[in-house]
Design a protein around this ligand. Structure first.
Ligand SMILES: CC(C)(COP(=O)(O)OP(=O)(O)OC[C@H]1O[C@@H](n2cnc3c(N)ncnc32)[C@H](O)[C@@H]1OP(=O)(O)O)[C@@H](O)C(=O)NCCC(=O)NCCS
Length: 234
């Protein structure tokens, strides 16, 4: 059996269907340190602050599960990618709609969640590789938005694993989602390719992609109450 520290752990938490944003924010704030809050307070939308706070609480929970220091400092690195100061693990966060996701691994990791929604598909022609545009064009009309988000999340998870985010030209590499949820990746700038890219099941209205170095993956849904539970020592 694998030790937790050998796994790539993907922790997920959802905002409830109904909640009082100010009351929830007050509860979450009590669990976070001043410097984290100062950064989060720059976000103007309450829901953005809540999701960012939940991301940090998921990270701390995941570090505890791995037997690591859950109070480890986080520093913002190149192109805005947050990293642990002590380098004890790699992590990446993503949030969209009601979901917040945190992937923790020994080695570089990227994660992206997006809510599948109607979208101007012209964006694909602006940002995607020609092979991706061709694959999107042959999808049945009813499946095109979902396919768009399968491409988008896979590409973004890869760019986040690299730590570049949108600094990387999205059209400079291509992805090809497969029926088994694995995603083929072709990047002329990186050969041999050390990353494994896949989609993970989360919620029918969302797409979640993970890019990592191939460790076994475990998905761990948690609740906000669990993250706030007094039995969890932060
Ligand atoms: C990273 C990026 C792709 C995220 O886009 P998004 O779809 O809006 O957001 P997601 O919810 O998927 O991810 C947000 C999280 O990604 C992480 N992140 C930020 N920059 C990152 C980067 N360069 N690489 C990987 N992850 C990054 C953060 O943890 C952030 O959440 P937090 O602010 O709550 O901690 C986008 O912000 C980007 O390209 N940033 C880099 C751009 C840049 O050059 N910035 C320079 C300023 S330092």
């Amino acid at each position: 059996m694998n030790e937790v520290s050998d796994l790539c752990v993907v922790l997920c938490v959802a905002l409830p269907d109904e909640y009082h944003p100010a009351a929830l924010e007050r509860r979450l704030r009590r669990r976070l340190d001043r410097s984290t809050l100062d950064r989060i307070d720059r976000l103007r939308q309450p829901v953005d602050r809540l999701r960012s706070m939940l991301g940090r609480l998921l990270l701390r929970h995941g570090l505890r599960l791995r037997g690591l220091d859950d109070g480890a400092g986080v520093t913002i690195g190149h192109y805005g990618k947050p990293r642990l100061v002590d380098g004890a693990a790699e992590f990446n966060l993503s949030h969209a709609g009601r979901w917040v996701v945190c992937a923790i691994s020994r080695t570089a990791v990227g994660v992206d969640v997006e809510q599948v929604r109607p979208f101007d598909l012209v964006l694909a022609w602006r940002f995607f590789h020609r092979r991706e545009c061709a694959a999107l064009a042959v999808q049945p009309a009813a499946a095109q938005h979902d396919y768009f988000f399968r491409l988008w999340t896979a590409k973004e998870a890869y760019m986040k694993a690299l730590g570049l985010g949108f600094q990387r030209d999205m059209a400079s590499f291509s992805v090809a989602p497969r029926a088994d949820l694995h995603v083929a990746l072709d990047d002329p700038q990186m050969s041999p390719q050390p990353y494994v890219l896949s989609h993970l099941g989360l919620d029918p209205g969302y797409r979640l992609a993970l890019c990592h170095h191939g460790e076994p993956v475990t998905v761990l849904p948690v609740t906000i109450e669990h993250l706030l539970s007094p039995t969890i020592i932060h």
